[in-house]
Design a protein around this ligand. Structure first.
Ligand code: ZN
Ligand code: ZN
Length: 257
């Protein structure tokens, strides 16, 4: 299993980092987790063919995780893609996604490849391919701040995910809202724990280490402004094994045996 950080930036557009996206290669197929604004250029830059992405999984629909999808599907179309594309998104968001694509003149019957939409529910296991499974859990993200009403609730979905490959488990919190969201999964000792740096306090990482005992922690969703703060924090703290903590960069590869 391999993964590559395609976009490690935050919601703020940066010249240094692309918006959120992680490519997971299970060695059976390639899954893109989120495809933020600018994903097509980011994939080109990393020499990743638009045809090679077999499936896409969305954690939530903030623009920095979602809005690259219309350009990406357009590029697949322009590059004569023929192979099927699977899209995993929360079940409440399948119809809004289709509507969005139609608004971008992307109609399923006008494409030469099939898009299969899978609406996932929280706390259930789903198969991506022969070697890769995922489970999603609802996190709070901006829910508390926005005080969503019951109608919005159907659309306001934000997931953290656990990916289980042949020899490795990966937890990706995606964007969260409060400390408790760091501890949603019961799985311990994942090979990789990926979390974001925009909505968390870096001090909480020591609790993540104690709770999960991950082999490595990857920090992503980094704004230009926070980059220096993170480096200074890691340099000055004493309770974390800093060799285990990786401040991600765009294009960075990780191979898991
Ligand atoms: Zn974000
Ligand atoms: Zn977000």
């Amino acid at each position: 299993m391999k993964l590559q950080f395609i976009g490690t930036g935050s919601g703020q557009t940066s010249l240094k980092r692309n918006h959120s996206s992680i490519l997971i290669d299970s060695l059976d197929s390639k899954l893109l987790v989120d495809c933020g604004d600018g994903i097509s250029k980011a994939l080109l830059k990393n020499n990743i063919s638009f045809k090679s992405i077999d499936s896409i999984l969305f954690t939530h629909y903030h623009a920095d995780h979602f809005s690259g999808i219309s350009t990406l599907i357009t590029q697949m179309k322009l590059n004569d893609r023929k192979n099927e594309l699977k899209i995993f998104t929360h079940k409440n968001l399948v119809e809004p996604l289709k509507e969005f694509l139609h608004t971008c003149y992307l109609f399923e019957d006008k494409l030469e490849f099939e898009i299969k939409f899978f609406g996932y529910e929280f706390d259930k296991d789903y198969k991506v391919d022969k070697k890769l499974y995922f489970t999603a859990k609802q996190n709070s993200h901006i829910r508390n701040k926005y005080k969503v009403n019951s109608i919005d609730e159907n659309r306001f979905v934000s997931a953290s995910i656990l990916l289980t490959g042949e020899n490795a488990k990966i937890i990706y919190t995606s964007d969260i809202g409060e400390k408790e969201d760091l501890f949603l999964f019961e799985t311990r000792e994942p090979e990789i724990y990926i979390t974001e740096t925009t909505h968390i306090e870096l001090e909480w990482l020591s609790e993540v280490v104690n709770f999960y005992r991950p082999k490595q922690i990857f920090l992503t969703h980094i704004s230009d402004e926070d980059e220096r703060k993170i480096t200074v924090f890691l340099k000055n703290q004493t309770f974390l094994d800093t060799e285990k903590i990786v401040v991600t960069e765009d294009g960075q590869y990780v191979t898991l045996s």
